[in-house]
Design a protein around this ligand. Structure first.
Ligand code: CA2
Length: 147
């Protein structure tokens, strides 16, 4: 069994309620349910957590060292600001995939930089809620290569 921490950053609890033209109509619960369904087909177990607080996200990454094989993270706006989150991911040394609903590279210039990308396995952006599914697939393939 593969164990994955799914981490959702600030404001993502509002998904489905506002700005659907950018972030879509799916709620965070919808996304988590789709991820659990995919995980079930790959003998993977997910623990999902959302927080609006940088320190809580960092603590979750630290805790993951004790039980997880990998991390799937949408760091929200901390993507562009948080050296602390980057250090936590680097220190955890767990394969981590960064995902974004929107294409951050096609938006405001401040969103073009991810401080986290250099310490992640890879980054998937711009496919709405499917970015999460693609990210989980990539992470599970990395952990248990099919071929
Ligand atoms: O595209 C993404 O997934 C982002 O991580 C979303 C963040 C944004 O700061 C990043 O640049 C890109 C914002 C999440 C805000 O989510 C909301 C959802 C519904 C209504 C308002 C905000």
């Amino acid at each position: 069994m593969t164990h994955i921490l799914v981490l959702h950053g600030p404001n993502l609890n509002l998904l489905g309620e506002r700005q659907p033209e950018i972030y879509g109509y799916q709620t965070l619960a919808d996304i988590d349910a789709a991820l659990v369904a995919l995980a079930a087909t790959r003998q993977a177990h997910l623990r999902s957590q959302q927080s609006n607080h940088e320190g809580v996200l960092i603590d979750a990454i630290h805790d993951a060292r004790a039980w997880a094989n990998g991390i799937l993270v949408n760091p929200g706006a901390y993507t562009h600001t948080s050296y602390a989150l980057r250090d936590a991911i680097a220190a955890a040394s767990l394969p981590t995939v960064e995902v974004h609903l929107s294409n951050i590279h096609a938006r405001e210039p401040f969103r073009h930089t991810s401080l986290l990308a250099p310490v992640c396995l890879g980054q998937i952006v711009g496919f709405g809620w499917r970015s999460y599914l693609l990210g989980l697939q990539a992470l599970l393939d990395h952990l248990s290569p099919i071929a």
